[in-house]
Design a protein around this ligand. Structure first.
Ligand SMILES: N[C@@H](CCC(=O)N[C@@H](CS)C(=O)NCC(=O)O)C(=O)O
Length: 290
């Protein structure tokens, strides 16, 4: 014990790093074992045709730091689908990601596949023309296959410490581990995606151009396709809310404020329309479990 304390006194950074690595490995191994052992649904006494969604805990200024989770929750609200949300860390889908849902004892994962499944199951529809459907698909894929990597690079690589500090649901040791691993993991991720082979300025500019395209598509309308919101608005809100509401200095936030004020008003409009309980939920769910 004494030698451990001596080691801590001599090199606190190394000890913190080794300890946080050990904690993270234990959490990861536990999550794997729990995932493998699970044979039935997480929610055993489920109500028929009720969606049980799993998402990250909240941060003070945003209900979910997962754009995919925020999109899906907003979509469930848009279509008034009966649901409850469990906000926890270390609860992963069978594919190892968040968000995911259970419906009638069956897991569905990957947010876009979940939306497709629930659209069919609940018979909900957006009432768009074929042309609008085509445009919506293009905007959704732009957001999820390019824009997201542009702003994720900032938060997971360039400003990871400030970003992770908004995650009150993570303990001290886990945060130390994430400061170290996220920039490396995301650096690789964007490199193999391809966008990361460009300079950082080019990567950000690609995100700006996407945001400008959304702003032009919105124009003076209330929502992307008119006076009523549709699924495409849930995608846009899920992502743009990350940029506007998380208190870090994304270059995309400055760009939006200076160049696309219509989008800033639109994000607030979506929040007001679907999230009257935003502040309450954000503050109520700050703690992860375990
Ligand atoms: N394409 C997935 C993306 C989900 C995703 O990337 N979720 C993140 C949280 S925002 C996650 O679970 N990351 C952990 C991992 O990928 O290992 C979806 O739309 O559901």
């Amino acid at each position: 014990m004494d030698s451990l304390l001596n080691w801590w006194a001599k090199s606190p950074k190394t000890v913190t790093f080794v300890a946080s690595g050990a904690v993270a490995v234990c959490l990861w191994a536990t999550a794997r074992v729990v995932r493998r052992r699970r044979t039935g649904p997480r929610v055993a006494n489920y109500e028929k045709d009720k969606v049980y969604m799993f998402n990250f805990p909240s941060c003070r200024t945003i209900v979910s730091v997962s754009p995919f989770g925020l999109k899906l929750e907003t979509w469930l609200r848009l279509h008034k689908i009966p649901h409850t949300v469990t906000r926890k860390i270390m609860v992963w889908s069978q594919k190892g990601q968040i968000p995911f849902v259970e419906l009638n004892g069956q897991e569905y994962n990957e947010s876009n596949l979940i939306i497709a499944k629930l659209t069919e199951h609940f018979g909900v529809k957006d009432n768009l023309t074929d042309e609008q459907e085509g445009l919506a698909r293009g905007l959704e894929m732009m957001l999820e296959n390019q824009t997201v990597y542009s702003y994720f690079y900032y938060r997971y690589v360039e400003d990871v410490v400030n970003f992770i500090n908004t995650w009150e649901f993570c303990g001290y040791l886990l945060r130390q581990f994430l400061y170290f691993t996220f920039p490396r993991g995301y650096g690789k991720k964007v490199f193999y995606h391809g966008i990361g082979r460009n300079s950082v300025a080019e990567m950000y500019d690609m995100g700006f151009q996407d945001i400008m395209a959304l702003s032009r598509a919105l124009g003076n309308k209330q929502f992307l396709f008119g006076d009523e919101p549709t699924t495409a608005d849930c995608y846009a809100f899920g992502h743009l809310a990350q940029i506007l509401y998380i208190p870090i200095n994304y270059p995309h936030k400055k760009f939006m404020r200076e160049s696309t004020p219509n989008l800033c008003e639109y994000v607030d409009r979506m929040k007001e329309r679907f999230w009257p309980d935003w502040d309450k939920l954000s503050l109520e769910n700050l703690q992860g479990s375990p």
